[in-house]
Design a protein around this ligand. Sequence first.
Ligand code: PLP
Length: 397
Amino acid sequence: MSGRIYFDHSATTPVDPRVLNAMMPFLEGCFGNPSSMHREGRKAREAVEAARAQVAALLGADAAEIVFTGSGTEADNLALLGVRPPAEKGHIVTSSIEHAAVLETCRYLERRGIALTYLPVDQEGIIDPSDVQAALRPDTYLVSVMAANNVVGTIQPIDELARITKQHGALFHTDAVQAAGKIPLDVSRCPVDLIALSAHKLHGPKGIGALYVRSGVELSPMVFGGGQERGRRSATENVAGIVGFGMAAELARQGMQGESLRLAALRQHLLHGLQAAVPGLYLIGDPDQRLHGHLSVGITGHESEVGAFLKVLDDCGVAVSAGSACSAHQAGAPSSVLLAMGFDPERARGLIRITLGRFSTRDEVDRAVAVFADAAAQLWPTAQSRPHRIATEVFAN
Ligand code: PLP
């Protein structure tokens, strides 16, 4: 792996060595079950509760409002399935660009008789708050809109959407799996009721997530058993994973401000480098309202050849992706997120997602730009003489 450039941090991130250090004792000597009354058990319990406080602090929440789950997917499922409609039937509002963890759960609920509205997005992938207002019905009991999109990186106006939802009397859930630890999320200022998180997106371990549940919100469990997590998610806790999540949340919270600036500058440097090196390369998504380390681009006229392009990049040591990791098995198919943003099916095949992380460097960015240039020249030799197109031209027709 050495010498490789990993720019796919939206798929997953390397575990921070400080996170690993915090976890190690709980994979070795401290193996107690947090529900046990003896010393070993109490030690594990203390570690779980300390980590719960660290994750809560990332959101400005109380520790008691955090439920640990096995993943971000499970946290989303718990939110959508655990909140019950007041009557037998009800209505949920969500967006057309949610992650499968939300969309597939919504489709399941639809089959069970719940009515769904899938909101449109604009050309940058952003939801118009007036569309949420217009979609609300007397029987709407839940609105679920992601904080930041995993494919194009655009950030939604969550505060405003949550406020509109609360004025209506419904609950508001946000999938913050991509956003948490990268942009500020503060539940004392934003009236969101449920937030899904995942440790492996913020330099923590895989297989551990959390759901923030605002105090007073009623939530039915999905997993029944020994009553762990205050009865909301039974199962012996993943102590090492939880401890790692706590440390990852703590590091993300402490470093957020500086890291945001560093990543935004690095991303701009990357975009300018790529635009100069690859003819026809254009930005996808909002230029400003996006995750700092997230760059999504297309290459005019070569959208259907992205698979071959990524293969050359990979062979040359650069790991990037064609959208979300979960849809990688559908490579070559148009991205549903880009279709929702108004791209025609041909162009919707052409997304290259480049996502930077804590350990990404300027040197890596410069080397990646050179590899992109070589790969483009190798695949499309005649394109080198073509004039560059700019992002807005993608939408010109
Ligand atoms: N939600 C979003 C926006 C994601 O990007 C992902 C993972 O890619 C998930 C949910 C699922 O999280 P996990 O991989 O922890 O199940």
